[in-house]
Design a protein around this ligand. Structure first.
Ligand code: TXE
Length: 479
């Protein structure tokens, strides 16, 4: 305990000694205290915002290709430290090491990808109605961006916020989740080594109520890019409203997987199982429920229940072969357990699992399949964020889509069918930001990750995600 690292906020190119309270970061697999991190106050947030604001004009004045070089250098350093970062992520977040390595590699790829946009940030020349006039549309940085991060993919989310922000000429203040801040401080140490100009990238750690709120209500922040819960997204939006600050919100989902009567059942089972156990079900885009056609329901339920029951889980550091680690903290474990109890009280039947796992330590929940579920149950409407799969039987594609479109979330969805016309009909009718046909739910760097309804506002990745970090400036030039 005495040798644990004590991390410091990173403001204006320096790790600044924090003098007040610290937060202890725990390993969810065994309860060990891993580190202490600052519980920052409003003054430190203001210092970070000030530094970012001071640094922004000079940073924006540099050619984009020069800004991009820093991102490439960071990516290179990340690749030299894959095992180190993966271990830090696994220890504080609980995901299996193989997935942590995927996250680290994906982060490096994301930095390179966003850097590659440097020569493609393009404005427009628009035809004028007037003789001798040109209408130019410039794309300019917003100014200072706040990135408020969740704990489920904490390392990747740093890049998802900072890479498009920096390449387009913004500066940034990052608030990592207080559950999983260690990887962000380790990232920052590495970033410090590449010599990024002072103030371009800042990290302030602390509670949502203090640090998150101070960022969201600051008039010097030009966009808040947040990933987390709907409830917190709504609080952030209210705080931002005071200054009419732009928000970019990714607020999770209730991804329906629709398994039709002509589906390849084995494919559906393996993809949906992977979706439910990856990161212990704590993934915003992964299958949260199934609507299965009555004709294939028995076969699907039998196979998915066997597959889920066979999941190997435990402490990721003790056994590299497991498929699933613990949930991130006790309150998430309690939330999952109480949602399952509520579903059973509402008439769901247990096909497998449905209990807190009987392990010596750690926040483990048994991989669970619930059947006899119907649309009015809480478990069919609220995000579970755990390894629990509720299933409802439907009699047609149209019924499944009507149910899916009635959910309050609209991030991702998936459809399993071998019929092109059923797939096309689903694409036409599904009111979702993202749909996967006959494959697992996993978005691409060059796609656009965005949801409808309460899943958020705006999106991330690809060209459209990049341009979220810019504003337009239209100029009418009369000769
Ligand atoms: O999220 P919060 P929590 C969902 C998932 C999960 C539930 C609760 O269902 O079970 O949310 O998780 C900061 N102003 N997702 O409570 O509260 C907080 O410090 C500004 C889905 O951990 O949304 C942290 O940095 N910021 C999801 C971040 O918000 C505030 C990922 C996320 O915390 C704040 C995570 C405030 N008032 C959870 N209060 C996804 N979309 O993938 C808190 N924060």
């Amino acid at each position: 305990m005495s040798n644990i690292p004590v991390y410091q906020n990173y403001i204006n190119g320096q790790f600044v000694q924090h003098s007040a309270n610290y937060i202890e970061v725990m390993n969810p697999a065994n309860g060990d205290v891993l580190s202490k991190v600052p519980s920052a106050d409003k003054v430190e947030v203001e210092q970070a915002i000030h530094a970012a604001k001071q640094a922004q004009p000079e940073w924006a004045s540099r050619p984009a290709i020069e800004r991009a070089q820093y991102l490439h250098k960071i990516a290179e350093k990340i690749r030299q430290n894959i095992d180190r970062f993966a271990l830090v992520i696994t220890q504080e977040q609980g995901k299996v090491l193989s997935l942590a390595k995927v996250e680290v590699n994906f982060t490096a790829d994301y930095l390179d990808y966003m850097a590659s946009w440097a020569r493609h940030i393009e404005g427009e020349i628009i035809t004028s109605d007037r003789k001798g006039e040109n209408i130019f549309l410039f794309r300019k940085p917003l100014g200072v961006v706040a990135g408020i991060l969740p704990w489920n993919f904490p390392f990747f989310l740093i890049a998802r916020k900072m890479a498009p922000a920096l390449v387009t000429g913004n500066t940034i203040v990052i608030k990592p989740s207080e559950e999983t801040p260690n990887n962000c401080f380790e990232f920052t140490q590495l970033l410090d080594e590449v010599g990024l100009p002072k103030g371009v990238f800042n990290v302030v750690c602390g509670s949502g109520r203090n640090v998150g709120q101070a960022l969201s209500s600051s008039e010097d922040i030009n966009m808040i890019s947040f990933t987390g819960s709907v409830e917190t997204g709504s609080v952030i939006m209210s705080a931002a409203a005071k200054n009419i600050t732009k928000v970019n919100l990714e607020l999770g989902g209730k991804a329906p997987a629709i398994v039709l009567d002509d589906a390849d059942i084995d494919l559906a089972v393996s993809a949906i199982k992977a979706s439910r156990i990856t990161n212990t079900g704590q993934v915003c885009n992964c299958a949260e429920l199934v609507y299965v056609h009555a004709k294939v329901a028995d076969e699907f339920i039998r196979k998915i229940s066997d597959a889920m029951a066979s999941t190997r889980y435990g402490d990721p550091q003790l056994d590299p072969d497991i498929e699933m680690g613990p949930l991130v903290n006790k309150s998430c474990l309690n939330k999952v357990a109480s949602m399952v109890e509520q579903a059973i009280a509402e008439g769901a039947k247990v096909a497998t699992g449905a209990k807190v796992a009987d392990t010596d330590s750690g926040y483990h929940y048994q991989p669970t399949v619930l059947v006899n579920c119907h649309a009015d149950m809480e478990i069919m409407r609220k995000e579970i964020f755990g390894p629990v799969l509720p299933i409802q039987i439907v009699s047609s594609l149209e019924e499944a889509i009507e149910l899916a479109n009635s959910l309050e979330y609209g991030l991702t969805s998936s459809v399993y069918t071998q019929s092109l016309s059923q797939a096309m009909r689903a694409i036409e009718l599904l009111n979702y930001g993202e749909t996967y046909i006959n494959r697992e739910n996993f978005e691409a760097i060059q796609g656009f990750h965005a949801g409808t309804r309460k899943s958020g506002i705006g999106g991330a990745d690809g060209k459209h995600g990049l341009y979220e970090f810019t504003q337009t400036h239209v100029v009418y030039m009369q000769n």
